[in-house]
Design a binder for this molecule. Structure first.
Ligand code: APR
Length: 334
């Protein structure tokens, strides 16, 4: 009998916890979660162990056979031994942006966290596939490619599946159809300038642009682009149910070797997979996911309007990558 795959999740905050819980419920892999302790006065809590125990009891109550364990680690990287031989490592660890913190401060703090985690993954699970969730995700995925030294097919950022799910949700509501019958991809950078590929989107095979009037479609695109912000405004914190489900969709494709085509942030080297002028950084494109990670980068046709959106979107990622490169010490500040 084949051994079960092991999926480790580093960062068991809102997103990581829900990834773990959904994975446990789906039951197709053993799950290990890692997080730092929390101090309150003299008391040191180990929430990650408590969450794993709670989830163990949840799956017991649901009559599911799954294995889930939680491990406390330190920000310096102690305690990662149990990540050994993980097939997939999902990284959601990071700081949210706090008042007074610039985007650069956030980037620097999260690069530091990622760097420790990746050095441990290299040490204990050098053959793992990395799924990067920490924002800004296109930049963090690039940083993960650089720091891990892993082949680019084994480093994948989660964004497009979430953005496309949001887009599909709004289209489904508008047309009163099942989201299952909607094929709609959102690619480009995970930001306000993400690119919905209207020209190839369809509902039950019928082009989307024939089903929804242009002005209404623009409103839906706008809501998709700011879908994260809409939730922050309502909850006071960022979304986690849909982001976690998007990660699980990707994990399932990898674990089951389903070869699904999902939009993910991946490293485009500008050579074999020349992708509309992007070279040497990560941005969202449709890819085929299987046992080996990214098995193929799918080059989609784009109409002129989409090309223009794409240029704007990738330009803003390119600029942030330059800032990250300085932080990584690959390039001195100009
Ligand atoms: N090592 C391990 N875990 C860490 C570390 C570290 N050095 N630093 C922080 N963490 C953990 C935190 O303790 C917390 O539990 O990362 C977790 C982050 O969780 P949340 O703050 O709840 O953030 P969440 O909403 O889950 O988002 C995680 O995903 O979608 C992105 O923008 C989002 O970058 C953010 C990430």
């Amino acid at each position: 009998m084949a051994t079960r795959k092991v999926v480790s999740v580093v960062g068991a905050g809102n997103v990581g916890e829900h990834v773990a819980s959904l994975l446990a419920i789906k039951g197709f892999a053993d799950v290990r979660i890692f997080d730092i302790p929390r101090k309150e006065g003299d008391k040191v809590f180990e929430p990650v162990k408590g969450k794993a125990l709670d989830m163990k009891q949840m799956i017991s109550a649901m009559d599911i056979d799954a294995k889930i364990d939680g491990f406390t680690v330190t920000p310096d990287g102690d305690g990662y031994e149990p990540i050994v031989d993980s097939d997939i490592v999902v990284i959601t660890a990071g700081f949210p942006r706090r008042p007074g913190m610039s985007r650069e401060d956030l980037l620097e703090a999260n690069i530091r966290i990622l760097s420790t985690i990746i050095s441990k993954v290299r040490q204990y699970a050098p053959n793992a596939i990395l799924i990067v969730v920490t924002n800004p995700v296109d930049i963090m995925t690039y940083v993960a490619v650089k720091l891990s030294g892993f082949p680019a097919n084994r480093v994948i950022g989660m964004a497009g599946v979430l953005d496309s799910a949001r887009f599909k949700t709004f289209i489904a509501e508008e047309l009163r159809v099942s989201p299952k019958d909607i094929h709609a991809y959102v690619i480009g950078g995970h930001g306000d300038e993400m690119v919905p590929l209207i020209s190839i989107s369809n509902v039950g095979g019928i082009p989307l642009k024939d089903l929804i009037p242009k002005e209404r479609l623009q409103e839906i695109i706008h809501r998709t682009r700011f879908g994260g912000g809409e939730i922050v405004n309502l909850m006071g914190t960022s979304a986690y149910h849909a982001p976690a489900a998007a990660v699980v969709d990707m994990v399932e494709a990898l674990v089951t070797n389903s070869r699904r085509i999902l939009p993910c942030s991946v490293y485009l080297d500008g050579e074999a997979g020349e992708y509309y002028g992007v070279k040497g950084f990560c941005v969202g494109v449709p890819v085929k996911l299987g046992t080996n990670g990214v098995e193929e980068i799918i080059k989609v046709p784009m109409i002129e309007e989409e090309r223009e959106m794409w240029e704007r979107s990738v330009e803003s990622v390119r600029k942030s990558v330059e800032v990250a490169e300085v932080m990584l010490g690959e390039k001195s500040p100009s």
